[in-house]
Design a protein around this ligand. Sequence first.
Ligand code: HEM
Length: 259
Amino acid sequence: MGLYSCFRRNIKVSVSIIVIIISVLCYKKYEELQNFTTEPRGHRLVFSQEQLNQYDGHVQDKLYMAVLGQVFDVTDGRQHYERGSSYHYFIGKDGSRALVTGNFNDESSMKDHVLDLSCNDLSTLLNWRKTYRKKYKFVGFLNGRYYDEHGTETNYFKQFKSKLKECETEKINQEKENLKYPPCNIAWNEEEGSHVWCTKTSGGIARNWVGVPRQLFTPGEEKPRCVCVNYDMDSDSTNLLKKYADCPDTSTMCNIFNT
Ligand code: HEM
């Protein structure tokens, strides 16, 4: 009896510890997401485009630039930003788009427009903003595409945030799909052409089954991609999967003949 209740108490303690660890991890993830989508704390100074333009290291001593409507003092990085250096383009403006396109000649009114960019590009942009927040001092908001004259988020910024949420959902769905249908290994050589094959780690997804190569057709995508399908579980679960021609049903490797 004594042993039994001790065992039960230990289980309770372990479960409590696990719950606490999971809660801390969830909270950290929540905080991380908040950091991405909320504005930094601090003085709500709002710059007009003309005011920001003056912070070029000459009219005003300091070098300022905006990323997604947030203005940073990048004077400490003058080696990158002063006149004549590689990234002077960004100074005195919001050139967020060029942070992913690398087009440092864009002086159009679209140089801070990003809604048409891919989820990957938006993620790159958020990483840039994270870098600026870490490395430089946040000094205020730019009255324009992302914030109004009071430093309040504009509709454009709200659209931007909902696109980020869509991207997050897309990423989660992609990860789920990758677990169900891990990508195949692919190789090409002159004698045999291309061949695809599955292993217990192909596509970087470790699992306890190998799978058979199949073509997975994704609506909206022009070409199918090769995925490993768990033959016993769901070789016929969707009609978006197609076998490779001249490849036995259960073979873990198929040659691809270009048609
Ligand atoms: C889309 C293209 C690119 C963009 C938007 C970009 C942007 C930037 C920016 C804004 C900085 C300054 C970051 C800071 O303030 O700390 C920087 C630094 C730097 N970039 Fe680029 N860059 C691009 C491509 C490249 C390429 C192709 C190379 C190399 C061939 C390169 C090499 C560097 C180096 C060496 C630094 C200095 C890093 C440091 O001192 O910490 N960049 N880049």
